[in-house]
Design a protein around this ligand. Structure first.
Ligand code: ZN
Length: 185
C-alpha cells in the first residue's frame, strides 16, 4: 500500500468504526503490516494508506516479530503525567519533533478476529498507541506540536529537501538535532 504524505486530505479525516461481526479486516491487517515493515515503521494506521477504517497495526519489539492489530481502539484512561518525547511519522517524512503526551494509557479495542483486547501501555507503546489513534481522528504530529516545534518541523523538511537536491543549507543547523535510529510511526 502507498503511505499518504502530509498535505493529502484523507490524513485530516476521521475514520469510521469497523463492525467486526459484518466485516473481515484480516486482509487489511496483513496489507498494513507488510507496508509498516517495508517502511521500517513501528506503527501504521489504516488512514495513512487511505482506508478510512478504525484499524491500526504496530510492532514495538526489537526483533520485529510481535505484530499487533487493534480494531476500533479507544483510549479509556490516561495518567496525569505528561512527557515530551521526539516522534516521527511515516506520513510526515524527515521530521522528528517533541510531542507532549500522557506517559501511560489504557486502550481497549478488538483484534483482527473481533475479540476484545486491552492494553495497559507506557513508554514507547503508550506513545505509539496514542499516535496511531490520533491518525484515526485525522490528527498529525504537526497538529499536536507547539509553535516552536512546528517551526522546527518546517526547518527539518526544508533541510532534507535541500540535502536531497544536493544544495547547501540556507542557514546553520537548528537546535535539537533529531535523535538517530528511531523508527517512524
Ligand atoms: Zn504517524
Amino acid at each position: 500500500m502507498r503511505i499518504l504524505r502530509q498535505g493529502e486530505p484523507q490524513l485530516k479525516e476521521r475514520a469510521r468504526p469497523v463492525d467486526s461481526s459484518a466485516e473481515d479486516v484480516s486482509g487489511l491487517v496483513a496489507d498494513l503490516a507488510e507496508t509498516m515493515y517495508d517502511a521500517n515503521g513501528v506503527g501504521l494506521a489504516a488512514t495513512q494508506c487511505g482506508v478510512m477504517k478504525r484499524v491500526v497495526v504496530f510492532d514495538t519489539s526489537e526483533e520485529r516479530n510481535e505484530l499487533h492489530a487493534v480494531v476500533n481502539p479507544e483510549v479509556v484512561t490516561v495518567c496525569d503525567e505528561i512527557e515530551a518525547q521526539e516522534e516521527g511519522c511515516l506520513s510526515v517524512p524527515d521530521v522528528r519533533i517533541f510531542i507532549e503526551r500522557p506517559c501511560h494509557v489504557h486502550v481497549r479495542g478488538e483484534n483482527a478476529a473481533g475479540q476484545p483486547v486491552e492494553y495497559e501501555a507506557d513508554e514507547l507503546l503508550a506513545r505509539v498507541l496514542q499516535h496511531e489513534i490520533d491518525h484515526l481522528d485525522g490528527i498529525l504530529i504537526v497538529d499536536r506540536a507547539s509553535k516552536a516545534e512546528r517551526r522546527r518541523a518546517i526547518r527539518q523538511q526544508r533541510e532534507a529537501a535541500h540535502a536531497r537536491a544536493g544544495l547547501p543549507l540556507e542557514e546553520p543547523k537548528g537546535f535539537g538535532e533529531a535523535a538517530p535510529g528511531t523508527r517512524g510511526l
